[in-house]
Design a protein around this ligand. Structure first.
Ligand code: NAD
Length: 299
């Protein structure tokens, strides 16, 4: 068996065409152009690359974007202050803080400052809570992109065994919640999981987001499984690889995502979609019913 490639670039392009039409329609209807503000702290080269990709993708579908850069040693107060200004700016519809932040920042405190109706990355605790209840407006972009990839390929997840390797707040945990919402049977593994293969071998759909090259080898994969590689790792020879032994596993899986060109372009695509959704909601007066200031004071 040679796995069918799940081409995130091609599927992302199809979705972006629709997003672009939504931008045009919104502008025609209201005169408003969706706008995304991106906050970048420090000089992490991978973060800069991701931010540049997001800004370029915005331009391609007609979304305005602005980049707000801070040096690595900036204190959280200055970042929070900028977020508050952007919250109040009616011409900004989405706000994204590129993660990771340098270690001295309290990431949760920074993310909680973002107005929930502009939280297009879906990391504010209000939107995370919405995800638990199946009511979120802004699903986190990477797991949302994985769901779209599966949907476009016609892969039904209901009742399937889904194993997720990696339990981070931005990928693994929201991925598990989205799968659960679709009535999959979910196992979540992490660095402390004993005998990882015992879980991966059971998976009809295996999703790996650990950040460890070659973590998943063919012996750990069930024949005919759907294998999604979220990992992005730069090897010493500069090659970009995922977490899966791609050449080995593709001979055993039914479907597989490449790295690059799989989940990565889908993440950016869903960010564009969330930004347009935010702009549509704000121009129609559909705000999330919670004031972030009130939430912060309630803690
Ligand atoms: P993270 O470091 O926050 O979390 C990694 C998770 O993997 C943790 O839960 C950890 O316990 C688990 N893990 C680590 N080593 C493991 C091992 N040996 N066995 C089992 N579990 C292990 O990382 P993250 O932010 O979730 O990102 C994970 C990977 O996905 C990274 O390579 C990152 O670059 C990539 N990523 C890609 C996209 C995309 O758009 N394609 C988006 C976000 C992250």
């Amino acid at each position: 068996m040679t796995a069918i490639l799940l081409d995130g670039k091609a599927i992302g392009r199809q979705i972006r065409e629709v997003t672009s039409k939504r931008v045009t329609a919104l502008r025609a209807r209201t005169g408003v152009t969706p706008a995304l503000a991106v906050i970048l702290v420090g000089q992490n080269p991978a973060s800069r690359l991701y931010v540049n990709n997001k800004i370029k993708a915005c331009a391609e579908v007609g979304i305005r974007s602005s980049l707000h850069e801070f040096p690595a040693d900036v204190d959280s107060g200055a970042v929070v202050e900028r977020i508050k200004q952007l919250n109040a700016d009616r011409e900004v519809h989405g706000i994204l803080v590129q993660l990771p932040l340098p270690a001295h920042h309290d990431i949760h405190a920074v993310l909680r400052t973002i107005a929930v109706e502009k939280d297009v990355d879906g990391f504010h605790l209000y939107n995370v809570g919405g995800l638990v209840l199946g009511e979120t407006v802004f699903p986190p972009c990477t797991p949302y992109g994985v769901m779209k990839l599966l949907d476009f390929a016609g892969i039904d997840v209901t009742g399937k065994n889904v194993t997720i390797v990696g339990a981070s707040n931005i990928v693994g945990k929201p991925m598990a919640l989205m799968m659960l919402a679709r009535e999959a049977t979910v196992a979540i593994c992490h660095v402390r999981t004993r005998d990882l293969a015992q879980y991966t071998i059971l998976a009809d759909i295996l999703i790996v987001a650990a950040g460890v090259p070659n973590l998943i080898i063919p012996q750990m994969v069930r024949s005919g499984a759907v294998v999604i590689d979220v990992g992005i790792n730069r090897l010493p020879d500069r090659r970009l690889v995922g977490d899966i032994d791609f050449e080995g596993v593709r001979k055993k899986a039914a479907y597989i995502t490449p790295v690059p060109g799989g989940v990565g372009p889908m993440t950016v695509t869903m960010l564009l979609e969330n930004t347009v959704t935010a702009a549509e909601r704000q121009t129609s007066g559909l705000h999330a019913p919670v004031d972030p200031e009130a939430l912060a004071q309630a803690e």
